[in-house]
Design a protein around this ligand. Structure first.
Ligand code: ADP
Ligand code: MG
Length: 214
């Protein structure tokens, strides 16, 4: 499937074109239409199959085309298990929003907390980070998620393996369930803890699994 066959905003089509991306990967072709409809999603496909754009394109499209619930709180929060993975997501996001008046903050453990507080005061529409540090900012009241429209958990299985389930629960509790869309991406789905997390964080999720028998 071509990206041009998907109901993507022309501004995103343009960004993809500049990057030289024309063909959507299978996970992108399947996940993007549901994500654009506002459905909760649990999706799995192997590493390197293009999961990042499968959630970033719908996230950016939402911010570009829909009115915000809040002008101050982030609209999209993306959680990743490690600093390195969060950075990779952040840089893909940066090129997607480069041409627009949109802000993104990268909030990682091990970095200066006050610098992050300052960045968050500029009201970024997107926050990308690791769960521990995001939870710290919630506790420190430097981050509020009342206006959150989209919660994305990248490599959710790894976040659980790394022991972030408590922080994920805190983040979940800080963001209103009724208003937000939640999406979970993972390389595997056969994980009891992940199943439990899905139950508590997603509402009637659409399940998409590419090339994995489960
Ligand atoms: P995953 O998260 O599933 O491991 P990534 O989102 O990191 O995979 O994507 C892997 C690589 O493939 C990245 O370098 C990304 O830029 C590239 N990529 C993603 N989607 C496409 C596409 N539709 N066409 C070409 N390259 C793509
Ligand atoms: Mg990935």
């Amino acid at each position: 499937m071509q990206f041009s066959d998907l109901p993507l905003d022309h501004r995103l089509g343009k960004a993809l074109e500049i990057k030289g991306f024309t063909q959507a990967t299978e996970i992108q072709a399947q996940a993007i239409p549901y994500a654009l409809m506002g459905k909760d999603l649990i999706a799995s496909s192997k590493t390197g199959s293009g999961k990042t754009l499968a959630f970033l394109l719908p996230a950016v499209q939402r911010v570009l085309t829909k009115q915000p619930l809040s002008r101050k709180d982030p609209r999209v929060l993306i959680l990743a298990p490690t600093r390195e993975l969060a950075k990779q997501v952040f840089f893909q996001l940066k090129w997607l929003i480069a041409k627009h008046q949109l802000k993104a903050a990268l909030v990682l453990g091990g970095e200066n907390f006050n610098d992050q507080v300052k960045a968050l005061r500029h009201y970024p529409q997107f926050v990308v980070g690791t769960a521990g540090r995001i939870a710290d900012h919630l506790a420190g009241k430097s981050l509020y998620l009342n206006g959150l429209e989209m919660l994305i958990m990248d490599e959710a299985d790894r976040m659980l393996d790394l022991g972030f389930s408590e922080q994920l629960k805190q983040i979940n509790a800080a963001a209103d369930h009724r208003k937000r869309q939640s999406m979970m991406f993972s390389a595997t789905l056969d994980n009891a803890a992940l199943h439990h997390l899905t139950q508590s964080m997603l509402k009637a999720p659409q399940r998409i699994s590419i090339g994995i028998s489960s």
